[in-house]
Every structure is written in C-alpha cells, then in structure tokens.
Design a protein around this ligand. Structure first.
Ligand code: CTP
Length: 493
C-alpha cells in the first residue's frame, strides 16, 4: 500500500478517536523492516521504551526516502545503541557530551538519544538537558510534523504517537510549532530558517501565528553561526522551487539581516514614468528556471548572485532610461566578500561562481544579433569548461512578461547553441593551449619578459579567435614573425 493511501486511510480515524492506536507497516521497506525488527528485539530485551522519531516518521508519510533514522529512548540512548551495536556487530560512535550515539546499518545511519526535557538560556543554542518523558521530548522539537513518533516496542510496534496533530498538519501541508512559537524559536533560532526551508522543500505553508513569531524573534539569530544558516540556504536553493523559500525569508525580515545585498535588489524606481524591473523577483525567477534544469548547488548560487551588483550600478539616463552598466564586473568582485559573510568556502566553488557572474551577459549577445564566428570562439575560449553552465544560466536569465519576447530570444539562443557546437567541433577552441609560448618568443627575439612579449602572445591568441590562423605551430610562427616585424624586432643571431 502507498504511504499516501495510508495517510488518507488512517488520518480521520486517528483524529476521531484521539487514540494513538493505529499501526503503520514499518516492515514495508524490506531493508528498513529488517533493521526495525532487530531494533525492536533489542528494545524488548533491554526493558525500555523506544520510538522512531522526527524526520524519518515525517518522510514515511511523505514518501520521501530517508536514510537518517532517529531513535528516542526512555532511558539511556547510549546504552541502547551499545547493546544494539553488539547484537549486530556494528561500531558505535558515542557523543557523551550530547548524550547521543550513532551507528551505521549498511548505508543507513541510526542515531540514539535519551528522551529529554530541555531548557535554554537566552545566550546560547546549547540547552540544559534533563531526562524526560516521550511527551517532554516531543514538546521540545521544532515542528508538529517533526514530532511524530512510531513505537518500537513489541506490543505497540508501529503505533503512532502524535500529541500535536502533526499528521493532520502533514495532510494539510502546514508548518507549525508544537509549543508557543515564541518559545520554540527563541530556544533555537535556527528553527526560523528550518521552518522556511521546510516550507520551500515541501511546498508547505507556515501557519500565520508561527510565521508572525519569526518576525518577532528574528533578532535572536545573533546567537546563530552563519555556517548553519548557509546550510539552510543551500537546502532552499536545492528545493524544487527555491523562490518560495527566498520570498518567505524576505517577508519575515530575516533576509535583510543575513543577506542585505540580496534584499537591496527588491524594489522598483520610477523616473519620468520609466520603471525598471524588480531585480529581486527577477533573480528568483532565474533561480527557479535554473533549478528546473539543474541540481548543481553552485550554479544555483551563481543564479542567485548574477545581478547582485545591480543596485550599486543603477543609473538613470534621460535617453537610455535605467542602466546597470558594469554590474557583472562589480558583482563578480563582490562574490568573495559575500561568501565570507555567509561563511561559505573560499575555494574553487567560489571562483566558479565569480566566473559565471562575470560572464553572465556574454551569451545574451548571441541570442540577439547576427553572431560572428569570432564572437563565438571568444566565448568558447573565455568560458572554457563552464560553457554549458553559463549557457544554462543565460537562458534562465531570459525572463519577461512578454511571452513572445521570451520565445524569440530562446529560439535565437537555440541557434547560437547549434553554432557553438559546430565551431567547437571544427576548431577545438575550448581550453586551447597557445601554439607559441612566451619563452619561445623571448628566445627568438632575445627579449626579457616585457610588454612586447605580451603583445605578440595576445596577437596570436586574437588571430586564432578571429579565425585568421588555426591552432597550428607553423601558422602561429609565421604570424609571430609578422607581428614582430611590425614592432621593429629582429631575431637573435
Ligand atoms: N530538531 C529540532 N530542532 C532543530 C533541529 C532538529 O527540533 N533545530 C528535531 C526535529 O524533530 C527533527 C529531528 O530533530 O525532525 C532531526 O533533525 P535533523 O536530522 O536535522 O532534521 P530532519 O527533520 O531529519 O530533516 P533534514 O534532514 O531535512 O534536516
């Protein structure tokens, strides 16, 4: 039976009776069933009560495959993990500070924790922890849909424990906190981002009172580390329609705190009745377009940042109207500082994003005008391995209210792609190595590293890109001789 059918079947029954005596088929998936069966045996032998809880139970109903299993034990999670580990012959990692233990079962990760009550101090995300009941444990979780639990004890195996109507919320697509949201968010402000991220991933709605509490508690995020926030941004970008999450971030006021540069894209100015498009919503449309075709996180980041310098480059010209000249250059320069601000890696991924932001306007020319082979060769050369991603970004960047305009540009774009392919096959221009090196030029003309050497090298590169010569040693050598003569250089004897 399908999970969704189970949900449909059991949900009314469950809420009508308010009894948590509906059993779910934990044996449905053979691999997980085997794990749950063996776990249940060990739970029984240990004389404790234990439950599957959190993400796995939520995803069971949503039919999302899950390999992270959380087990909550009324007693010591570590002891149960060790017992289970010795039964199956698995290695247990113990995190004594957190009172948790983890082990692997094939490619499944099982984490054990004792049920707890937690109280938080205002200055930290680290709670004071005491042993608690299952309900205490469920109370302290972030959302009703993440507080669902399945019993692992033999006599109640597969029974759902759902004190906050999490199943109803799943059915109606709602994100809501089990406790007063001011408490849940103030305890752990990361949950404000999680709420928005889940809404974006699952296309759920955050209930009004929960969403309003995000607005009230947004200042609490000062105790968060930016790494954790960025992880949530990554997950939002990878959700099926990332704009959902980013719009909520903006509406809640969180975006202005964590990412003022993106917030600054929002808004439309008008002079002499001329308006420009709202670059925030345009950017989100571009991100959604890219997401339809790709699950490359860094390409999605490039889409999010491609117009980031537009506010700084915005000018009004009485003749031309609104212009954003140079925003690709400034945007590309802004990338490192943005990555630093968001505590993201300052490595080749960042350089990749910089490169795409810098080049994002280049292919547009191909979609608008008669394209010369030379323009295509230059693009191939400059984009190198990033060409396909750049083309995808650029195509996604064609947004307009006028469907005809979009269609026309996309059709031109397809032609340009075809042409790129032909030239690529004919000339093998991408990542070409110059046939004449700087050393050879210096040696031939007895030069030290100098302006002349650079001039000759660039002239050879341009001649190749303009189709004057091929990527061929002899042709390039003759071209070098010509150029050197123009510069008045003579060969070393
Ligand atoms: N949880 C919480 N508050 C947090 C993080 C987690 O209450 N800030 C609880 C929730 O009950 C959650 C469970 O811990 O379901 C497991 O957390 P985690 O593995 O981070 O999230 P999942 O819900 O499994 O979802 P995802 O893996 O997509 O993050």
């Amino acid at each position: 039976m399908e999970y969704s059918e189970l949900l449909e079947l059991n949900i009314d029954n469950l809420t009508a009776s308010k009894q948590n005596n509906v059993r779910f088929d934990l044996m449905e998936n053979p691999k997980l069933g085997e794990l749950f069966n063996r776990l249940s045996d060990v739970v029984e032998e240990s004389g404790v009560q234990a439950y599957l809880i959190g993400g796995y139970v939520r995803d069971y109903f949503l039919r999302r495959p899950s390999k992270d299993i959380d087990v909550v034990v009324l007693g010591s999670g570590i002891r149960l993990a060790e017992k289970f580990g010795s039964t199956i012959g698995g290695k247990v990692s113990v995190f004594a500070n957190f009172g948790t233990a983890m082990l692997r079962y094939g490619d499944i990760e099982v984490e054990f924790v004792g049920a707890r009550r937690e109280s938080y101090s205002r200055g930290s995300r680290k709670p004071v922890v005491e042993d608690g009941t299952l309900e205490d444990d469920q109370n302290r979780r972030d959302f009703t849909i993440n507080a669902l639990a399945f019993s692992l004890n033999k006599d109640t195996f597969g029974e759902l424990v759902d004190p906050f109507g999490g199943l109803q919320d799943l059915k109606h697509g709602l994100i809501r906190t089990p406790l007063n949201p001011d408490i849940t968010f103030s305890d752990d402000p990361l949950r404000m981002f999680r709420a928005i991220r889940f809404a974006s991933q699952l296309k759920f709605k955050i209930t009004d009172d929960t969403f309003e509490a995000i607005g009230r508690n947004k200042g609490r995020m000062e105790i968060l580390s930016m790494e954790r926030v960025s992880e949530e941004l990554h997950k939002m970008l990878l959700s099926p329609q990332p704009s959902l999450g980013f719009k909520l971030l903006e509406e809640s006021g969180l975006l202005a705190i964590i990412f003022p540069q993106l917030q600054a894209l929002k808004g439309v100015d008008s002079i002499d009745g001329k308006r420009h498009k709202d670059n925030f919503y345009h950017t989100l449309e571009v991100v959604d377009n890219v997401r339809k075709q790709s699950d490359d996180l860094w390409l999605l980041w490039a889409a999010l940042l491609h117009d980031i310098a537009k506010p700084a480059c915005k000018r009004y010209d009485t003749r031309l109207g609104w212009t954003f000249h140079g925003h690709e250059f400034l945007g590309s320069k802004m990338v490192p500082e943005l990555f630093k601000q968001l505590k993201m890696p300052l490595n080749e991924k960042m350089k990749y994003v910089q490169k795409l932001v810098l080049l994002h306007l280049r292919p547009i020319v191909l979609s608008q005008e008669e394209v010369t082979d030379s323009a295509i060769r230059r693009l191939l050369f400059d984009a190198g391995d990033e060409l396909e991603d750049l083309m995808l970004l650029c195509e996604a960047d064609i947004t307009s209210k006028n469907e005809k305009t979009v269609k026309r540009h996309l059709a031109n774009f397809r032609l340009a792609r075809q042409k790129l392919k032909e030239i690529e096959e004919k000339d093998a221009i991408r990542n070409f190595q110059p046939p004449i090196s700087g050393e050879l030029i210096m040696e031939t003309y007895g030069l030290q590293p100098s302006r002349e050497v650079g001039l000759i090298k660039d002239a050879i590169k341009d001649a190749i890109l303009d189709g004057v010569i091929r990527i061929d040693y002899d042709e390039a050598y003759r071209f070098m001789e010509q150029k050197a003569e123009e510069l008045g250089l003579s060969k070393r004897q």
